[in-house]
Design a protein. Structure first.
Length: 277
């Protein structure tokens, strides 16, 4: 296993991470979940990414039990906040109230004192951006999280966020976009912006999920048969390689992450035993 820095932060994450969307606390039993978690650690994976909304907290609760006996320094734990966790008007979004309440709830479910990377699962157009930034900054000062990040934020909001942070607030260190061989628009917009700001990329959906599945299904029903099935497998392999081998230096890698003799792999591909978003 190789390890990469998250942007210009000092923390090092395994280039392959384990996530829990649609799996832990939902589709698999705890015994099987333990086997998956053990296999991840045996292969050198130290980056674990979940969200409070995965199975409405049950994924975090499952992980809290699975990680109970492991040294806290042995893994980098990430979770997220934004999506509804109840039926009330304040049970969603990125208001200070919701962020603070959900951070404490995630800490209890995960059975930990701090979160390594706390991510805004989406952008909240109904909350002033400075309110969200200040909430994240306060949680870092309180020691309840070490870094913060965002997922699928519009470019304009990221630019505004960086302006508001300036030298006053802790800036985001992680970006989590959907990125694969079929969806590469971020190479022209998000990646250069984050490169200049020292924000690392933790991508999801490396195999395009339903898109690649639909393509494979159509190939199997086509008259060409075996030839197209082989083509489908080649496409999947290509997608994995494209994710694990980072985009060119000019599109999102810092000089410290590249060399003249090896391909850059600053992108973190999350697609282990339990594929996730």
């Amino acid at each position: 296993m190789q390890y990469r820095r998250l942007g210009d932060a000092g923390v090092k994450l395994s280039e392959i991470g384990l996530g829990g969307w649609l799996t832990f606390g939902n589709a698999i039993e705890q015994k099987q979940a333990q086997e998956v978690m053990n296999a991840a650690f045996e292969r050198g994976i130290n980056f674990l990414d979940t969200a409070n909304a995965y199975a409405r907290g049950r994924c975090e609760q499952s992980w809290g039990e699975l990680l109970r006996d492991r040294p806290r320094s042995a893994y980098v734990l990430a979770t997220k906040v934004f999506f509804p966790m109840g039926d009330g008007p304040n049970d969603r979004g990125l208001s200070r109230k919701h962020i603070m309440e959900q951070c404490h709830a995630s800490l209890r479910r995960l059975n930990t004192d701090y979160i390594d990377l706390y991510q805004c699962h989406r952008h909240d157009a109904q909350t002033p951006l400075e309110e969200t930034i200040r909430a994240m900054d306060d949680l870092i000062h309180q020691g309840k999280m070490l870094y913060w990040g965002f997922s699928e934020w519009p470019i304009e909001q990221i630019e505004q966020c960086l302006r508001l942070c300036g030298d006053r607030y802790y800036k985001p260190r992680g970006s989590q976009p959907r990125y694969n061989a079929l969806e590469r628009d971020w190479e022209r917009t998000l990646f250069p912006l984050c490169q200049g700001a020292g924000i690392g990329q933790v991508v999801f959906s490396p195999l395009a999920q339903a898109c690649s599945q639909a393509s494979t299904s159509r190939a199997r029903r086509s008259p060409q048969g075996a030839a197209q099935r082989t083509s489908g497998r080649t496409s999947s392999s290509s997608a994995i390689w494209r994710i694990r081998t980072c985009w060119p230096r000019s599109s999102g890698c810092t000089p410290s992450q590249t060399s003249s003799t090896a391909p850059c792999r600053s992108s973190l591909w999350r697609g282990s035993c339990a594929a996730r978003r």
